[in-house]
Design a binder for this molecule. Structure first.
Ligand code: SAM
Length: 301
């Protein structure tokens, strides 16, 4: 193991260009690289650590196409689902290394850059106390969805803002066996660390598709599948519908709900009855309740 945190490989990069491929510090190790397989980094000022920490910023994620995932489960899911893990940083806590050794072995096999770091470095990357033992850098993936190819139940989210809600919805889509998530317009970033955390690994199993409002309207026109919009003004009880597949469930923004233009795209506007004083359900809860009803007859224990 190399002890030198100022390895030349980490400092190949000088100035950051404004739009760039993954920096040399975060790119996968080339096949013919003869440097030691695992380097040790304890310096908080190390370039790789700065780059990893930078992935907390949306701008940096957009520029590099990379994101951070914390914990052993997430990196294991990423490897198993064939996602490209460019860097794996782990902390060798006393007596716990065997838990990460499998992930390290897989990472080395796949050409992932593996670095052993101190607890302080992990805290710096993930910006929290008691960080997970492993933090990885992974390449983002979005899927394409052709109108004629839509199958099953999809959830379309219009301009949602809360990363925790988005992560929870992705996890629910996975749990209920729905097909994927369409992110319409400026939604919160599914690769933000809070969203990734909330998916609990479902991020690697649920296709995510991005569309502008206009593209979604065109997609909807071409796909001709029933669209169920949820709205507080809905006149149809969500439990009274026989949901076919394929179908799209349309959910609105946390503050303003669904835009009228989107409500107009719906085949049916459904509502979850409200009995108490609350004026609406949390977005992720409303999505879960409706999705379980939509797929009820298709689910067994
Ligand atoms: N003030 C917003 C409004 O007037 O629509 C509330 C938005 S609510 C917090 C976020 C989203 O959750 C809504 O756009 C809708 O998709 C869904 N939702 C929440 N409660 C619902 C309910 N009782 N029936 C149908 N949809 C609901």
């Amino acid at each position: 193991m190399s002890q030198d945190p100022r390895s030349p490989q980490l400092y190949r990069r000088s100035k950051r260009p404004s739009a760039r491929p993954p920096s040399s510090a975060m790119a996968s190790r080339p096949e013919d690289e003869t440097k030691p397989a695992i380097r040790k980094i304890t310096s908080l000022a190390n370039d790789l650590i700065k780059d990893m920490r930078g992935l907390q910023s949306k701008k940096e994620r957009a520029e590099t196409g990379l994101f951070l995932a914390e914990g052993l489960k997430l990196v294991t899911d990423a490897f198993e689902s064939g996602w490209r893990v460019t860097t794996l940083a782990y902390c060798d806590r006393v007596g716990q290394q065997s838990m990460v050794s499998q992930a390290v072995a897989t990472a080395l096999q796949r050409g992932t850059d593996v670095v052993e770091v101190s607890e302080a470095v992990l805290e710096k990357i993930s910006r929290r106390d008691n960080p997970q033992m492993v933090v990885s850098v992974i390449a983002q993936q979005y899927a394409d969805l052709a109108p004629e190819a839509i199958k099953g139940t999809w959830v379309a989210l219009e301009g949602i803002k809360d990363p925790g809600n988005l992560g929870t919805i992705i996890r629910t889509v996975d749990s209920v066996g729905a097909s994927g998530v369409i992110l319409i317009d400026e939604t919160t970033d599914p690769f933000a660390i809070e969203a990734v955390r909330a998916t609990m690994g479902s991020l690697f199993h649920v296709p995510l598709v991005r569309m502008s409002r206009d593209a979604f309207a065109r997609f909807n026109h071409a796909a001709r599948v029933p669209v169920y919009a949820t709205h507080l003004k809905g006149a149809v009880d969500y439990r009274s519908v026989n949901y076919p597949e394929p179908a799209i469930l349309l959910m609105g923004n946390e503050q303003s709900g669904l835009n009228d233009a989107f409500v107009a795209l719906a085949t049916t506007v459904i509502k979850i009855p409200m009995a108490g004083q609350a004026d609406s359900l949390n977005l992720a809860i409303a999505t879960a309740v409706t999705l379980y009803e939509m797929r009820r007859s298709r689910l067994t224990l």
